[in-house]
Design a protein around this ligand. Structure first.
Ligand SMILES: [Zn+2]
Length: 199
């Protein structure tokens, strides 16, 4: 038997550029901020990163004995827009088999789960003043751009809704049913994210 740390795998968990990219795509400017491992990020991003780390940890513990794992979580790379290294990175290990491939598979699964599993509420209340009761997985939410009433007149004069975010529209993540309702009730002031600009 060797020394105590012979079979140690030192793992660094850090958000990659891809992850940061997808976090930002799902976040609007009006988001409240929070700290995640020393870095300021939108609250929704911090929540998802927490779920991700939780999943990574539990998957790692299923794969290797707890006493062989040393896990460090770092928010350092968030400042630079995400790490270029894998999100779960074997900094050092004494195993015969390189753990990196397994780590990347684990990290990928954890990230998917974190994106899907987040429990979210519908944001229709930010537009209507009264939120509906819908709750579900964040992955089900539909992003719409919605024009507040006070900005409509100027857009009407211009003859179009303009382009988000310059047009002042709010980016709302709403339930599928609320998205349909907005589209039905105010088709000229509602646009699904990524949809072509209506004439
Ligand atoms: Zn709603």
């Amino acid at each position: 038997m060797g020394q105590e740390d012979e079979d140690m795998i030192q793992i660094l968990i850090q958000p990659t550029a891809d992850m940061v990219h997808s976090l930002m795509a799902d976040t609007d400017d009006q988001e409240t901020m929070a700290f995640w491992h020393g870095r300021e990020v939108p609250e929704v991003a911090a929540r998802r990163l927490d779920v991700y780390v939780e999943r990574v940890e539990s998957l790692i513990r299923e794969r290797w004995p707890a006493d062989e794992i040393q896990l460090t979580v770092s928010g350092e790379q968030l400042r630079c827009g995400g790490a270029t290294r894998p999100s779960a990175y074997a900094v050092d290990h004494d195993h015969d088999e390189d753990p990196q491939e397994a780590l990347e598979e684990i990290s990928g699964r954890a990230w998917m789960a974190a994106c899907e599993a987040e429990i979210a509420a519908c944001e229709c209340g930010r537009a209507t003043g009264t939120a509906c009761a819908w709750q579900g997985r964040a992955g089900e939410l539909v992003a719409i751009e919605w024009m507040p009433e006070y900005l409509r007149e100027s857009h009407q004069r211009a003859g179009n809704m303009g382009v988000w975010p310059h047009n002042g529209a709010m980016l709302l993540r709403v339930s599928p049913s609320c998205a349909e309702e907005f589209e039905r009730e105010e088709p000229e002031w509602t646009r699904r994210r990524g949809q072509e600009i209506a004439p």
